[in-house]
Design a protein around this ligand. Structure first.
Ligand code: ADP
Length: 467
């Protein structure tokens, strides 16, 4: 799967901001262009148009282009120096033939930039010096609004106000869209996260957050999911450890119940039957003694196991020759092996190998394996001890070719009270804690222990210790 590019919230905000900025700049420029266009249009001089006398003046007044004037229902007059109207074209309401001097002056004084026209015509004049005539153009003001400066100003005002209104409206709209976009980017993931937190608070630890963000919210989602996963895992572990504690208590009470019941029963019998013969008395006392020893062993092993498992327990590490230690350990069991008819063989290097170990507790760990081999196997079984060092570790293998342990028990045989056959074990006095103690002690040495076995295939315990 292609990895999505990570975007930061800051980048997202910047992107939104740049988008809004560019949009508003564009709108601003459009508004500016419209305003400028309107303004330029409004200040266009009347003289510049084809309606103004000076712009259309020609020596031959008959050839003057008056098409634009006619279009707006205006007219022209050509007045000679005697104030006679010698030529007239267009819709002239007065249709004068001649002007009086007074009328002529009054007409000349009319200002085309002033809109206060009595007769609602806008006039312009141009004098042709060469041909000695005056050209008068007249355009009905109502047909030509823009010739009125005041009206033009009014129109410009309206346009500018409209442009300003449009700009402000789009600005407000843009800001609204920006804040909506931004809040959508923030509020939506926050809601999802909050929902997840609420579910966790209610105890639903299987809650996981689904969020498509690849920004900091995405990181938060991952952190949240990891946290939820950890909590779930911790709770499972807690439950498992509570279950195993409960099981342990049940196992302890079960293992204590039988020998104690037997002790109570036989003590009661001895008290209540005083006329027992010597042999019977010895027989019952032996049973009481054996059960007391068994109870005592169980309590001793339990105490040791919990002591070794405690974080306060520290080994007394000393540098020593591990090979020499292994030779001495197996040698200490030779009389026991001879007595039971167990054959032995050991392959331990002649040289010395000095490592740090707690001799008393390592002896305790290894002797459990040796005594198990002696106790659970039949006469003629061979017990082997093998040791070698490779790079940084020393490997110790204690194996036998005896009855072995069913493969299905390999994974939890190191757990307290796990036994192959409890009836057989109770006869042999095993507490079911030996391998648990061995494993705890080996792990306290930062070592490992593993078992390879199957029924009738013997047992092969492989220990590794760091050099
Ligand atoms: P216990 O104190 O009962 O011996 P352990 O934890 O030492 O308990 O051993 C657990 C069980 O593993 C024993 O009950 C026994 O059935 C089996 N076991 C251990 N070592 C051997 C072995 N070498 N051969 C056969 N069975 C063994």
């Amino acid at each position: 799967m292609k990895k999505k590019k990570k975007t930061k919230i800051a980048n997202m905000l910047l992107r939104n901001y740049v988008f809004l900025y560019l949009l508003m700049t564009f709108i601003f420029i459009v508004c500016l262009i419209i305003s400028l266009y309107a303004a330029i249009n409004s200040i266009k001089k009347v003289e510049n148009t084809k309606l103004v006398a000076s712009n259309i003046m020609k020596d031959n007044y008959k050839t003057i282009d008056i098409s634009n004037i006619l279009k707006v229902n205006g007219f022209i007059e050509i007045i000679d120096k005697n104030l006679n109207v010698i030529y007239s074209k267009g819709t002239n309401p007065d249709n004068k033939k001649k002007y009086t001097r007074q009328e002529y002056h009054k007409m000349l004084l009319k200002n085309p930039h002033n809109n206060e026209y009595e007769d609602n015509y806008i006039y312009s004049f141009a004098y042709n010096k060469r041909k000695d005539f005056l050209l008068v153009t007249a355009v009905p003001a109502k047909n030509l609004d823009y010739l009125y400066p005041k009206r033009r100003k009014m129109k410009l005002n309206i346009i500018l106000k409209l442009v300003l209104f449009f700009y402000l409206t789009t600005l407000i709209l843009g800001i609204r869209i920006y804040s909506k976009l931004t809040s959508k980017n923030f509020v939506a993931p926050l809601k999802v996260l909050l929902n997840g937190v609420k579910k966790i608070t209610k105890g639903d630890y299987s809650t996981r957050i689904k969020l498509n963000s690849e920004n900091e919210f995405g990181d938060l989602k991952n952190a949240f999911n990891l946290m939820a996963h950890k909590i779930e895992e911790e709770r499972m572990l807690k439950k498992e450890s509570e279950d195993s504690r409960r099981r342990l208590i049940m196992d302890i009470s079960h293992d204590l119940k039988n020998p104690l019941a037997s002790i109570i029963g036989y003590t009661d019998l001895l008290i209540k039957t005083p006329n027992l013969n010597h042999d019977e008395r010895i027989k019952y006392l032996t049973i009481i003694e054996n059960n007391s020893i068994r109870t005592n062993n169980l309590i001793k092993d339990l105490f040791e196991l919990s002591k070794f498992k405690s974080t306060d327990f520290n080994l007394k590490l000393k540098k020593g020759d591990i090979y020499e230690f292994l030779r001495e350990t197996i040698a200490s069991y030779i009389p026991q092996m001879d007595e039971k008819g167990i054959l032995y063989d050991f392959e331990i290097p002649e040289e010395s190998l000095y490592i740090n170990f707690d001799d008393k507790n390592l002896y305790r760990a290894i002797s459990n394996l040796i005594t198990n081999s002696i106790n659970y196997n039949l006469k003629g079984t061979t017990l082997k001890m093998y040791a070698k060092n490779t790079s940084n570790i020393v490997e110790i293998i204690i194996s036998d070719n005896g009855i072995g342990i069913p493969k299905k028990l390999v994974n939890n045989i190191f757990e307290p009270f796990v036994r192959v056959d409890s009836s057989r074990n109770s006869k042999l006095g095993g507490t079911g804690l030996g391998l648990a103690i061995t494993k705890t002690l080996i792990e306290k040495h930062n070592g490992t222990i593993a078992l390879e076995t199957d029924l009738d295939k013997g047992c092969r315990f492989i220990i590794t210790l760091n050099i």
